[in-house]
Design a protein around this ligand. Structure first.
Ligand code: HEM
Ligand code: NAG
Length: 455
C-alpha cells in the first residue's frame, strides 16, 4: 500500500499530479486539524500517517500485526507516529519511553477506551479513571488481592480445579479455552463475592455476564437483536442484580468477603455509591476472566508443544504431590512458592503470548518526549509485544525458552501486567491460579494429563 506522508517527501506516491494535488489538500486539511497551533517548531515523531481518514488501519488489520509493528520500528525507530482506527497515534517500542508514559509522566497520559466498552463495563470502573478516585479504588482492589488474602483462597481454588478436572472424566475432547474460561470465571467470582458465596446468590449471573462478554467484542450497533443490544440489556439486569445483593448485605449488616465485602465495609467518608460498586465489581470480573483464561490456554499449548518442558514441570509437581499425599493435605500457598520450573514456564508464556499486545493512552496536553512532540488528544500505544520480542532484551525471541527467566529480565522490559499506576492488581492471583491448575493437571490427574501429552 502506498503511504501518504507530508515529511519526508520521498514517500509521496508519484503517478498523477492531479491525484497528488488532491491528496495534498486532504493532508493539509487533516494536519491542520491535528497539529495544535503554535507548535510548528516542535517535531512530531517520524512515521507514516497512511491514507487520509483510514490511515494505516487497513495495513494493521490485513498484515500480521507483528510485521506491521516491526517493519515500522526498523524504518522509523523506537517511537513513531501512525494513524489507526480514526486516531492519530504514537507507538512506542522502547522500554524507557514506555516507562515515561506509564510511570514517570503517567498523569499526562490517561487510559482511553472506546465509549461502547466504557458503557458495557460501566463508566465508574477503575480502568477509566485517574487521580484520587482511581487511587482510592486501586488501594482497595490491591488490598483484596494481596498474597495474604489470596492465601486463604487457595483451598477454594483447588476445589474449583478438582471439580473441573472431574467434569472432564467422561469426555474425550474438551475445548481448552472454553474450559479455562469456566475456571477463571469461577475463581473471579469467589474473589469478588467471597469464598462463602452461595450458589443461589449468584444465580443467573453467569448468563448475564456471558451476554455482556459477547457484546463487548461485537460491533457497537445498538439495534434490536444485535449482540451489542443484548449485552446492554444484560448489563442493566446485572446492575439490578448487584444492587439487590448489595442491599441485602447492607440490610443484614454482614458485608461478606471478597472485594464486595471490602467495598461495603468502607467507613462513612470513603463510601462508594451503588453504581460505583457495581461497575467495579463487573470491571474486575472482566479484567480477571478473559486474560487469565487466554494465558492458561497458551500455557497448555506450549507445554503440549514442548514435551521436555512438560516433563520437567511434571517432575517438579510430582515431588510436591508426594509430600502432600504423605501429609494428607491439599495444596497450599507455600507449595506454590516452591515451583520455580513451572513459574518460569508461566513467565515465558506471558512473554511469548503477550496477550495484551499494547495499551491505549491519550495525551492530556501537548507533551514533549525524547525531543518529539506528542500533541494533546493523540493516542499513545506502548507496544508490549514488540518489546517482549526484541532480541536486545530477549535473545532468540521466537524460541520458547523458560530458562531465559533464570536471570531476571532488565527493568521495564517485561510487562505482561503493565507498569505504573494502572498496572494489574490481580497478577498474583492470576499466577497462583495457573500454578494450582498445572499442579493437578500434571501430577495427580493422569487422565487429564493425557490431554496434554500422548505418552
Ligand atoms: C494473566 C492474567 C492477567 C493479565 C495478563 C493482566 C494484565 C493486565 C494489564 C496489562 C493491565 C494494565 C492495563 C493498563 O495499564 O491500562 C491490567 C490491569 C488490571 N487488571 Fe489485570 N491482568 C490479568 C489478570 C487479572 C486478574 C486475575 C485480576 C483480578 C483482580 C485483574 C484485574 C485488573 C484490574 C482491576 C486492572 C486495572 C488497574 C488500574 O486501572 O489501575 N487482572 N491487567
Ligand atoms: C455515583 O457517583 C457518581 C460520581 O459522583 C455519579 O456520577 C453517579 O451518578 C452516582 N450514582 C448513583 C447511583 O448515585
Amino acid at each position: 500500500m502506498m503511504s501518504v506522508v507530508v515529511p519526508p517527501p520521498h514517500f509521496l506516491p508519484s503517478p498523477s499530479l492531479v491525484f497528488l494535488f488532491l491528496v495534498a489538500l486532504v493532508c493539509i486539511f487533516i494536519w491542520g486539524r491535528h497539529r495544535p497551533a503554535g507548535n510548528g517548531h516542535r517535531r512530531l515523531p517520524p512515521g507514516s500517517m497512511g491514507w487520509p481518514y483510514v490511515g494505516e488501519t487497513l495495513s494493521l488489520y490485513t498484515q500480521d500485526p507483528n510485521t506491521f509493528f516491526s517493519t515500522r520500528q526498523i524504518r522509523y525507530g523506537k517511537i513513531f507516529k501512525s494513524h489507526i482506527l480514526g486516531c492519530p497515534c504514537v507507538m512506542i517500542s522502547n522500554p524507557e519511553i514506555a516507562k515515561i508514559i506509564l510511570v514517570t509522566q503517567s498523569h499526562l497520559f490517561k487510559p482511553t477506551y472506546p465509549i461502547s466498552k466504557e458503557m458495557m463495563i460501566g463508566p465508574q470502573a477503575i480502568f477509566f479513571h485517574q487521580g484520587s478516585y482511581h487511587s482510592k479504588l486501586k488501594k482497595l482492589i490491591q488490598s483484596s488481592f494481596l498474597p495474604s488474602t489470596i492465601k486463604g483462597m487457595v483451598y477454594k481454588i483447588e476445589d474449583i480445579v478438582l471439580d473441573l478436572l472431574t467434569s472432564w472424566k467422561h469426555t474425550n475432547t474438551i475445548n481448552t479455552l472454553h474450559e479455562m474460561k469456566k475456571y477463571s470465571y469461577e475463581v473471579s467470582i469467589i474473589s469478588v463475592f467471597g469464598k462463602e458465596i452461595e450458589v443461589n446468590e449468584i444465580e443467573g449471573l453467569k448468563h448475564m455476564y456471558h451476554c455482556i462478554e459477547k457484546g463487548y467484542n461485537s460491533m457497537p450497533l445498538n439495534l434490536p437483536g444485535t449482540p451489542f443490544n443484548k449485552a446492554m440489556k444484560a448489563r442493566k439486569l446485572l446492575n439490578e442484580k448487584l444492587k439487590k445483593m448489595i442491599e441485602k448485605r447492607r440490610e443484614i449488616g454482614e458485608y461478606g468477603g471478597g472485594l464486595l465485602g471490602a467495598f461495603l465495609g468502607l467507613n462513612e467518608k470513603d463510601q462508594l455509591n451503588d453504581s460505583q460498586i457495581a461497575d467495579n465489581i463487573i470491571g474486575v470480573i472482566f479484567a480477571a476472566h478473559d486474560t487469565t483464561a487466554s494465558v492458561l490456554t497458551w500455557l497448555l499449548k506450549y507445554l503440549h508443544d514442548h514435551p521436555h518442558l512438560l516433563y520437567a514441570v511434571k517432575i517438579e509437581q510430582e515431588e510436591i504431590r508426594c509430600e502432600r499425599l504423605a501429609k494428607k493435605r491439599g495444596i497450599t500457598w507455600d507449595d506454590t512458592r516452591r515451583m520455580p520450573v513451572t513459574t518460569r514456564v508461566i513467565q515465558e508464556t506471558l512473554r511469548a503470548a503477550s496477550i495484551l499486545s499494547f495499551l491505549f493512552r491519550e495525551a492530556v496536553e501537548d507533551v514533549e518526549v525524547e525531543g518529539y512532540l506528542i500533541p494533546r488528544g493523540w493516542k499513545v500505544l506502548p507496544l508490549f509485544r514488540t518489546i517482549h520480542y526484541s532480541s536486545d532484551f530477549f535473545p532468540d525471541p521466537d524460541k520458547f525458552d523458560p530458562s531465559r527467566f533464570e536471570i531476571a529480565p532488565r527493568a521495564n522490559t517485561f510487562m505482561p501486567f503493565g507498569n505504573g499506576v494502572h498496572s494489574c492488581p490481580g497478577s498474583e492471583l492470576a499466577k497462583v491460579e495457573m500454578l494450582i491448575l498445572i499442579h493437578h493437571l500434571t501430577a495427580s490427574f493422569r487422565q487429564a494429563y493425557n490431554i496434554l501429552s500422548p505418552f
